[in-house]
Design a binder for this molecule. Sequence first.
Ligand SMILES: C[S@@+](CC[C@H](N)C(=O)[O-])C[C@H]1O[C@@H](n2cnc3c(N)ncnc32)[C@H](O)[C@@H]1O
Length: 269
Amino acid sequence: MLWENEAPPTDNEEDAYLVPVKVAELPGKGMGVVAQRDISQGELVLREEPLFVVPNKVSMSPGAVLLASLATLPPRERASFYNLSYVNLPSGLTPDSDAYHEQLALAIFQTNAVSAGSRGVGVFPRMARLNHGCSRAFNVVYTWRDDEGVLVVHALKPIRAGEELLTTYTDTKRPRHIRREFLREHYGFECQCAVCSLPDDLSAKSDERLNAMSELYARFSSWQHERISGSEATATAVSIWRLGEEEGYWSERGQLAADVIHVAAAHSE
Ligand SMILES: C[S@@+](CC[C@H](N)C(=O)[O-])C[C@H]1O[C@@H](n2cnc3c(N)ncnc32)[C@H](O)[C@@H]1O
């Protein structure tokens, strides 16, 4: 059972995108996705069904669950799973052992899988080619649509032809050293995105804004426990919005706007 040696997929990863992109090897990052024309803010760039989804709670070992899921896939789709990158494969395993097969599948899964809402965690091989950026550096966001069973990727910002499409792997409203530590441990790379590469003084300013946003979000959500009033919650949301503008951190704004409307409606404002 040497699935990982099956022939690589012959279809073109770029064809799955709804905008022209190049999926190519990028210096120091492995593969990545680069825009081939200007992309407008809000444009839908990818709509993808999962190769498979693993439920949040499983009774077998995670590696065994993955091998069972992979066994149900047509060879071409299985090959696109094994074609994905991975980190944190334990060393010292014999490549023809069952443990090796399980650990390899697990390493690929952990490097690439994302939430598929109530269904569990899914693998989306096109979306999985998107590299990471922090704060203002990421320019696309992905959303799982539970009712449709698809993952969609939208442009968060205008993206120029030749720019890389970057998503985010974690909550980046945290200081640089904590972001880097997380990314090193879970994804095996030292983040050199536009925000992580800022000179120390500018990076410290960015960290301050991101920390402040995080604290303000905590304050905003304390409204639901009646710790702050509706007008305080609204003023907090305005402060988050302003800081986000300064930092160039635009994601979560849709949710924030919806939450403020919820607060206003609760107070009949
Ligand atoms: C989900 S994959 C992204 C696509 C991957 N580059 C590939 O070749 O298929 C995650 C892996 O991509 C690499 N990666 C993602 N973002 C990166 C970044 N900003 N800088 C360097 N490597 C990055 C890391 O190796 C990480 O473990």
